[in-house]
Ligand binder design. Structure first.
Ligand SMILES: *[C@@H]1O[C@H](CO)[C@@H](O)[C@H](O)[C@H]1NC(C)=O
Ligand SMILES: *[C@@H]1O[C@H](CO)[C@@H](O)[C@H](O)[C@H]1NC(C)=O
Ligand SMILES: *[C@@H]1O[C@H](CO)[C@@H](O)[C@H](O)[C@H]1NC(C)=O
Ligand SMILES: *[C@@H]1O[C@H](CO)[C@@H](O)[C@H](O)[C@H]1NC(C)=O
Length: 346
């Protein structure tokens, strides 16, 4: 393939086509449950204890201090609508084709030798240097180590002038689960200039985000880490009431994009939203997708649109994007897309 000078050569990277992923209820229920067996511990497990704030968000379990052991998930969802399954009226019916995203900077998936065991999403051609580009560290559902799992969503975000590093290579899960350190490795890499070949990275604009277990990893990596300026949790929130006191330590805006009452993050995210420190801005939106979201749809579907709008508002001060998120009456608002929206301190 002929390339423009300076074009990032994603074709040379080790890329596998996105697997056909048509989620079934069973798969979605097991998203957090998978591969718990291989947890390797090298430090004491965090024990909930109000008044005790660990120095970092690490823990022996995947997802970090805000998470629970994978084996315990069914205990927390038993007897709730979340136990019934992971889909809703807004769930995609299949996997949408991979595109370069809908944004002004056609993007692709690749790998980077400077950040082993991760997958990079970035514009194919570095945007002009006057576009400052935020950086996002991404954790996958079940904290799986397959960096291609959210390809449609993450390519869409990248096409709006972002660089995203997802945990795991794009070649499929290696069986283990990612840890907080994997997310931190991505942020360390970006801070040290590792991503500068993709464009003019603004290291004052770093977000952590993820789905399910990966969302809790995103909250855990941002805990006590002033480099992280935004947290976005997809379809998840803290499971254990005894861990919610940790929210007192958050200092940056939190957004939850959840999937209605069949989502294991639906009730819990509403609890967390209420328990944030006074004055901290927060955004909460819910669409009837169950736990599985709309990730597999082309460009990440309605979650892709919501995530881009939130990021463009937060990191680029885009007033149209802000209205999409906050103003139900604005054209193309998330409310008009059937999201229930709540926010505070904005
Ligand atoms: C990458 O992952 C493989 C398989 O999980 C592991 O053996 C290797 O040590 C990892 N490399 C780095 C640099 O983390
Ligand atoms: C960057 O500069 C070009 C050329 O002057 C201009 O067209 C473009 O709008 C600028 N972009 C930003 C993000 O400022
Ligand atoms: C939206 O809010 C309505 C009214 O509270 C509720 O019945 C519905 O389940 C909510 N839908 C989602 C997807 O959260
Ligand atoms: C703001 O966002 C809208 C919609 O996402 C987009 O069309 C527009 O170009 C953006 N404006 C700027 C100044 O980036």
């Amino acid at each position: 393939m002929k390339k423009a000078p300076g074009t990032l050569i994603f074709e040379y990277f080790n890329i596998t086509p996105q697997k056909k992923f048509v989620p079934t209820h069973k798969m979605l229920k097991s998203i957090l449950l998978l591969t718990a067996a291989t947890l390797v511990t090298s430090q004491g497990q965090f024990q909930p204890s109000p008044g005790y704030f660990p120095v970092t968000g690490d823990d022996t379990i995947a997802g970090g201090i805000f998470c629970i052991p994978a084996n315990d998930v069914s205990k927390y969802t038993a007897g709730t609508p979340a136990a019934a399954g992971g889909t809703g009226s807004e769930s995609p019916t299949g996997t949408g084709p991979v595109t370069s995203g809908s944004g002004p900077y056609p993007a692709a998936m690749g790998t980077d030798p400077g950040l082993p065991n991760h997958t990079i999403y970035a514009p194919k051609t570095p945007p002009a240097g006057n576009l400052s580009m935020p950086f996002i560290s991404w954790g996958n559902g079940a904290c799986q180590t397959d960096g291609s799992q959210y390809r449609n969503l993450l390519t869409e975000i990248a096409s709006h002038g972002y660089v995203v590093a997802a945990d795991g290579l794009p070649t499929g899960s290696t069986g283990g689960q990612s840890k907080v350190q994997d997310s931190r490795d991505s942020i360390n890499w970006a801070m040290k200039g590792g991503a500068k070949k993709y464009g003019n990275i603004d290291t004052s604009k770093i977000a952590s985000a993820g789905h399910s277990c990966g969302g809790l990893e995103a909250m855990s990596v941002g805990y006590h880490d002033a480099r992280v300026k935004l947290m976005i949790l997809f379809n998840i929130a803290i499971f254990m009431d005894e861990k919610r006191y940790l929210l007192q330590e958050l200092k940056v805006p939190v957004a939850w994009l959840v999937g209605g009452e069949k989502d294991m993050g639906f009730i819990t995210s509403q609890k967390d939203y209420k328990l944030l420190p006074a004055g901290l801005p927060a955004y909460w939106a819910s669409l009837d997708t169950g736990h599985g979201g709309t990730f597999s749809a082309t460009n990440g579907g309605k979650q892709g649109k919501a995530a881009v709008a939130y990021l463009q508002w937060q990191f680029r001060g885009n007033a149209t994007a802000k209205a999409t998120c906050l103003d139900a009456k604005s054209k193309g608002s998330l409310v008009s897309d059937k999201w229930n929206v709540t926010y505070k301190n904005w």
